[in-house]
Design a protein around this ligand. Structure first.
Ligand code: FES
Ligand code: FES
Length: 196
């Protein structure tokens, strides 16, 4: 399977081994394939514990090591999940990052529905998911809050007319300080695999 090849042969241990049976998402990687019919490159998130190596002929595999690192530059997905406190023990984090990263490669401005769908296969025992979603939703262009959608009562309505109280509310992060997402600067699909 791809998971043991990555961890034991290549020593790329960022991809975690959890359930080993497709149930937890800790081993999520991105698999990319060139589609000759449409001349496009499709990206899929996949559980490495379920992927036989022989099924990957002609495919490019991206692991969390290829996305970003504290030694070089962390990726905006990693930064936002971390700053929203979406990583506690951290075991699920590489899988969460890879599911979100794959979504952004296919759709740089996802909706909330896209995000919840793409993270549905990733389990987290620590965070309760909310901080992970909070970090990931900063990539949405639309505002999903009921307040913004014109609903009368909203969970954020509390002190909304009180500017001072609003300023004093503790915030984990400031969206404007995040690293920007530049889809054009992501790893390219290996040209050799297009010619195969
Ligand atoms: Fe749990 Fe692969 S290790 S889905
Ligand atoms: Fe511990 Fe998600 S942070 S399992």
């Amino acid at each position: 399977m791809l998971l043991s090849f990555l961890r034991e042969k290549l020593r790329l241990t960022g991809t975690k081994s959890g359930c080993g049976g497709g149930g937890c998402g800790a081993c999520t990687v991105m698999v990319s394939r060139y589609q000759p019919a449409t001349k496009t490159i499709m990206h899929f998130s996949a559980n490495a514990c379920l992927l036989p190596l022989c099924s990957l002929q002609g495919a490019a595999v991206t692991t969390v090591e290829g996305v970003g690192s504290t030694k070089s530059r962390i990726h905006p997905v990693q930064e936002r999940i971390a700053k929203a406190h979406g990583s506690q023990c951290g075991f699920c984090t590489p899988g969460m990052v890879m599911s979100m990263y794959t979504l952004l490669r296919n759709k740089p401005q996802p909706s909330m529905e896209d995000i919840t769908q793409h993270l549905a296969g990733n389990l987290c025992r620590c965070t309760g998911y909310r901080p992970i979603i909070d970090g990931c939703r900063t990539f949405c262009q639309e505002d999903n809050c009921c307040q913004a959608n014109g609903a009368g009562d909203c969970c954020f309505n509390g002190d909304k007319n009180d500017d001072e109280a609003e300023r004093e509310k503790p915030r984990l992060f400031n969206n404007e300080e995040f690293l920007p997402l530049h889809p054009t600067q992501e790893l390219i699909f290996p040209p050799e695999l297009i010619l195969m």
